[in-house]
Design a binder for this molecule. Structure first.
Ligand SMILES: Nc1ncnc2c1ncn2[C@@H]1O[C@H](COP(=O)(O)OP(=O)(O)OP(=O)(O)O)[C@@H](O)[C@H]1O
Length: 350
């Protein structure tokens, strides 16, 4: 089921939660709404769900205009951050709930309900816990029940609001995998809200980056990361090192530090770099003169993270190095070094 959001806007008193915005989601696509707190993600999700009415604009599911259609008639499944399971009902009954609540004419018979619920519980590997109460499950297991419950009614659209927000990192990663597999097996269209960049980039076919009630960019994860449309998207997607200065003879200069870059009309007096876009050296370079001091060294997974400071930096910089590179350089806390950017990002002045 495709979803078309056309010119939708929403205000709450003096607050503009959504500027008029449009978004097309293809059938079977998984789309992540990513943005800082207050950017309008939940409002947009709730409007798609039918839990909120837009001030203007229309929502279509396929060819059907659902703008004025009640939430119960939209055939959407929901998963929210707080499990919202029925605590007095077993896992089995929680998953069966949506089927039992259907009007008699549409309700499957008991055997069919059993079959479907069993199948879903197997899919989320909870078949051995069907008779337990939610309180007897871990947070991650409860959220898997919530997923199974949302899918029991065979929704064409699944909407998830920070579904894994309350769980610890390892469980989150595992649940993302569940969701991705279920999405592929059942073929529904999914829209989920997150403020976690990694989650959005890992799960989505396309990411919708929002700020201040607007859509900043809609793009597949790899393209989004490589080609952010503007400074906001760049900064929001990951750690950012910023060099600001004044242009002098082909250099951007800040005190004793400089980087070779052309002055460009309209460009801000700054360049940005990701932590992996800097090389640490033991002497200055002809393209850049960036002396720094190592303040902290932390091995993180496959990389070593350095935190660096210098008088010309407004905030400490982060640099990531391969372990062998770090060993070769022999850096310690307090060591002095030089930095050479391998890539510079520049955006229009905002
Ligand atoms: N029911 C409401 N009444 C008044 N203001 C609201 C209401 N719902 C949302 N807002 C405001 O609309 C703006 C967008 O809120 P929304 O919840 O959509 O953002 P969000 O991106 O989902 O944020 P978060 O990540 O914190 O949940 C915010 O400024 C919020 O305070």
């Amino acid at each position: 089921m495709s979803i078309r959001v056309h010119n939708v806007s929403r205000r709450f008193g003096a607050t503009t939660a959504l500027e008029p915005l449009s978004l097309d989601i293809a059938a079977g696509e998984m789309v992540g709404l990513l943005g800082p707190s207050g950017s309008g993600k939940t409002t947009l999700l709730r409007i798609i769900a039918g839990l909120e009415t837009p001030d203007s604009g229309t929502i279509h599911f396929g060819d059907r205009d659902v703008t004025r259609v009640h939430v119960r008639k939209r055939r959407v499944g929901f998963v929210f951050q707080h499990y919202a399971l029925f605590h007095h009902m077993s896992v089995f009954e929680n998953v069966a709930f949506g089927l039992r609540a259907r009007p008699a004419a549409e309700r499957p018979d008991n055997d069919e309900i059993k079959r479907r619920v069993r199948h879903l519980l197997e899919r989320v590997k909870l078949d051995s816990m069907a008779e337990r109460l939610p309180a007897q499950l871990s947070g991650g297991q409860q959220q898997r029940v919530a997923l199974a419950r949302a899918l029991a009614v065979e929704p064409e659209v699944l909407l998830l609001d920070e579904p894994f927000g309350a769980l610890d990192t390892r469980v989150r990663v595992e649940l993302r995998r569940w969701l991705r597999h279920l999405h592929e097996e059942f073929g529904f269209t999914s829209v989920f809200v997150t403020h976690d960049q990694e989650e959005a980039l890992e799960l989505s076919d396309r990411v919708v980056v929002m700020s201040d009630g607007r859509i900043e960019q809609v793009e597949a994860p790899a393209t989004l990361y490589r080609s952010p449309a503007n400074r906001f998207v760049f900064s929001f997607l990951g750690e950012t090192n910023r060099f600001e200065g004044e242009f002098h003879h082909g250099r951007l200069v800040n005190g004793e530090a400089w980087i070779s870059v052309d002055a460009r009309p309209g460009a801000a007096d700054e360049v940005l770099m990701r932590p992996h876009e800097l090389v640490v050296t033991t002497e200055p370079d002809e393209m850049a003169h960036l002396p720094a001091r190592v303040d902290a060294i932390s091995p993180v997974g496959s990389d070593v993270r350095l935190e660096l400071s210098a008088e010309w930096m407004r905030h400490p910089w982060q640099v990531s190095l391969a372990h062998h590179e770090h060993e070769r350089l022999g850096l310690e806390r307090g060591s002095h070094c030089w930095l050479r950017p391998t890539r510079l990002h520049r955006f229009e002045r905002s």
